[in-house]
Design a binder for this molecule. Sequence first.
Ligand code: SF4
Length: 276
Amino acid sequence: MASLLSNPERLERARRHYRSCGLCEHRCGADRDAGERGPCKAGPIARVYKQRVEYGEEWELIPSHLFYLSGCDLRCGFCVAGINAFDARRGHPLTAEFLAEAIERSREQGVRTLQWVGGEPTIHIPAILDAMAPCDDLPPVVWKSDFHGTPEAFALLDGIVDVYLADFKFGNDACARRIAGVHNYVAVLTRNLCTAARQGDLIVRHLLLPGHFDCCFRPMVAWLAANLPGARFSIRDGYLPSWQADRHAELARPLAPGDADRAYELAAGARLRTIE
Ligand code: SF4
């Protein structure tokens, strides 16, 4: 990975997006270096609003050092990160020195993976690659993403990311448009899932949303069973209303009793590889 990361052509290709950005499928073309801002509101500096060592999520990734970057290209009303996800001015600037020092400390805690999360890391790929490039001997890289990136963005990650952790949030375009403010969601996300499965390990994660079993969860399971039956599938059943969830009546409450059991049964019936 070290030689791929220090490849000047790749780094330059990444930086060009800060002059005419096409990292996510908004494809707004913002000149972020010149102060323009697209729907994600991010500039050319990635900022870490939180970092911590995670011991409690997918067991095969932990302990994992998570770096939370502010700014996101989606606007999910139920976002647990709230304002930190949407205000790209929050946090400590990400630099190679900052990253190297943080990783050095977490090695002592037995960290197995380095994980980029958000907000959304894809909108910050140039800054992330620049920060990682000088670092020797990084742990395997996990990319936790909304998977709304462009093929160009995924090409920049090829050979550098070891595990893609995809948030498959919605099973249809209407829910994605209403709740997250994006168009053409399913086609973009499923295209990127196929790309990630070719480029590295793939874990598909879904946070069960109240009232979205038939419209979102059921078609998602059907798509995975038909197209990526070997992908590991992580069902998260701890939904609690956060941020502006009460703008959507069905999201203003926790999951109903039995919703999680129904989800696990459907996934098992479709022979998906569910993981803890
Ligand atoms: S990452 Fe931000 S600036 Fe780049 S295309 Fe998407 S919304 Fe526009």
